[in-house]
Design a protein around this ligand. Structure first.
Ligand code: COA
Length: 526
């Protein structure tokens, strides 16, 4: 690569990062300035300030769905009015789920429900206590179709709370504002509830609704304040004087939980990669059609830049091998070109090895798909691909996916796409994913149209074809973008490549504290 090319790549990558950081800044702010000012004037802390007090000083905070809902709801910042992430409380990893009352009163949109549920699923899988900072008016009423009726929405929040509590995964709630309807049931379904005197309220229907429904006139304090719930109804268990005090009580409650399980896997001393991770910005081409050399990426990510490669000579467009990140062992599968039958066979063998040895899998996805054509079909690529998917899907070791480039079609799925429920899934800012690439989609649809027109004896000029293809390309590019995947919560977030090692180190640590279930593979057809 020429120096000019390297510089152009880096400039392009830094622009992507700037866009990402700008979106994160908006997510961080949450509600409008006036909503934040009003909130502060009520002597209440903003959601990020609450989280900061809740977590240990200097604790990492790995957010899930930071940009979920971006641009989906008018006037609503990225994040969908809720903050979810993993951090340390009294040195114990916890899932923090916190409503942002400055965003439409902390009410739940469809995406807010999905984000809450996603955070719970992560917590359940890693047996993390959930500390929920509740400050929510319940459902955002105009969005009821995306909140109310289906599995995976508001009702699933309750279901998951009950299931986790039943499995001994602690559920602690702090009621910090007026929590209405669903917003009241969330703390009511927790194991232990803290409420802030004079600020926190819980009721199934607020004073106005009560008046409208029954004619009864009662103020918020009597209907659902801290004194009433702590002395009369018994709904809450601990009373705090203010937000800060409530965070201190929540920290104390976490301290009283059984200790975090010790890691079940060995951790080697951490070694820095062979190359600075920021070299990724230079390696990834500014031209998305140009493939990224996967081995160079691995040098920037793995401890010592080293890997004990498995079957290096066989199916070389899929790199497989044993490596470490942050001292934790991982079985890496990294694309370095299209997937051939040999790659699929090698992946199956490698995944089986990792399952037998209880080694977590890390999929680095950058793949245009499986090879097509007569030779590939005769070579049985369909059954080899099916075996790969069977192995990947059955594997009960922890699995992590990072989309480091373009990840398309069945290749996206085989590299542990979202449907296969990896423990966590992230995308780099340059990441893209779709059924196929924009050019291929435009070509395929144009081919179908041309055949139809020709069957009717109609002509189609090159210019007409191009005019047909251009919007398809554009639509596919918009769809495939990392930001689009993040806003829909099709990935847990977008990582700056420089964040990949610390995030993976934390995730591998969490996963190491949960015993893997035995893997039972589906039928491997011959
Ligand atoms: N659905 C849709 N929008 C809602 C809402 C709901 N359930 N609750 C609040 N909002 C909106 C408000 O219209 C307002 O929108 P705006 O910023 O565009 O003006 C914004 O959220 C903030 O509400 P506001 O009442 O100004 O803020 P607040 O901090 O004084 O009070 C609540 C917040 C949540 C306590 C209060 O709005 C409330 O009691 N809402 C009704 C809750 C309810 O009955 N929910 C039942 C759901 S089943």
């Amino acid at each position: 690569m020429s120096n000019d090319e390297i510089e152009a790549n880096e400039r392009a990558y830094r622009r992507l990062l700037e866009d990402l950081f700008e979106a994160r800044r908006r997510a961080w702010l949450g509600g409008s300035e006036s909503a934040r000012t009003r909130h502060r004037e009520r002597n209440r802390l903003l959601v990020r300030e609450r989280i900061e007090l809740l977590l240990d000083e200097g604790s990492p905070f790995v957010e899930l769905g930071e940009l979920a809902g971006e641009g989906m709801y008018e006037g609503v910042a990225p994040g969908a009015g809720i903050v979810t992430g993993v951090g340390l409380i009294r040195e114990r990893a916890c899932m923090v789920i916190a409503n942002d009352p400055t965003v439409k009163g902390g009410t739940y949109f469809g995406m807010t429900c999905r984000k809450h549920v996603r955070a719970q699923r992560f917590a359940m899988q890693h047996r993390l206590p959930c500390v929920t900072l509740v400050d929510s008016g319940g459902a955002f009423l105009p969005d009821q179709a995306n909140i109310f009726p289906d599995d995976g929405l508001f009702g699933s929040i309750f279901r998951n709370q009950v299931e986790m509590s039943g499995r001994g995964i602690a559920q602690i709630a702090v009621v910090l504002g007026a929590c209405t309807a669903g917003g009241a049931y969330i703390p009511a379904l927790c194991d232990e509830v803290v409420i802030v005197r004079g600020k926190g309220f819980m009721f199934l229907g607020g004073p106005q609704l009560v008046k409208a429904a029954t004619g009864e006139i009662v103020d918020a304090e009597r209907l659902g304040g801290a004194d009433m719930h702590s002395r009369v109804s018994g709904v809450t268990d601990h009373v705090a004087d203010d937000d800060g005090h409530a965070m201190a009580i929540a920290r104390q409650l976490v301290q009283e939980l059984p200790p975090m399980r010790a890691p079940l896997r060995d951790r080697a001393p951490v070694r820095e990669p062979a190359r600075p991770v920021t070299d990724v910005y230079r390696i990834v081409s500014a031209n998305p059609r140009k493939p990224t050399p996967a081995r160079e990426i691995l040098e920037c990510l793995l401890d010592g830049g080293e890997m004990t490669e498995f079957k290096a000579e066989f199916g070389p467009t899929l790199i497989t091998g044993f490596a470490r990140i942050g001292g934790w062992q991982v079985g890496v599968l990294a694309n370095d070109g299209v997937l051939f039958t040999e790659c699929a066979a090698k992946a199956t063998h490698f995944i089986d090895l990792c399952c037998k040895r209880d080694i977590p899998l890390l999929f680095l996805a950058d793949v245009s798909g499986f090879m097509v054509g007569l030779e590939a079909e005769q070579g049985g690529i369909a059954k080899a691909g099916a075996r790969f998917i069977t192995a990947m899907s059955s594997a009960r070791v922890p699995r992590f996916t990072i989309i480091t480039g373009g990840s398309y079609g069945a290749g996206y799925l085989a590299m542990c796409g979202r449907a296969f429920r990896p423990n966590a899934m992230f995308m780099w800012p340059n990441g893209r994913a779709a059924i196929m690439g924009p050019e291929q989609a435009a070509l395929t649809l144009a081919m179908v149209k041309r055949q139809n027109l020709e069957a009717q004896g109609l002509a189609w000029s090159d210019d007409e074809e191009e005019a047909f293809k251009a919007p398809i390309r554009e639509q596919y590019e918009t769809f495939a973008a990392a930001r689009n995947f993040a806003r829909h919560l099709w990935v847990d977030g977008i990582l700056d490549p420089a964040e990949t090692r610390p995030v993976m180190t934390l995730l591998l640590d969490l996963a190491s504290r949960v015993p893997s279930e035995p893997t039972q593979f589906g039928v491997f057809r011959m």
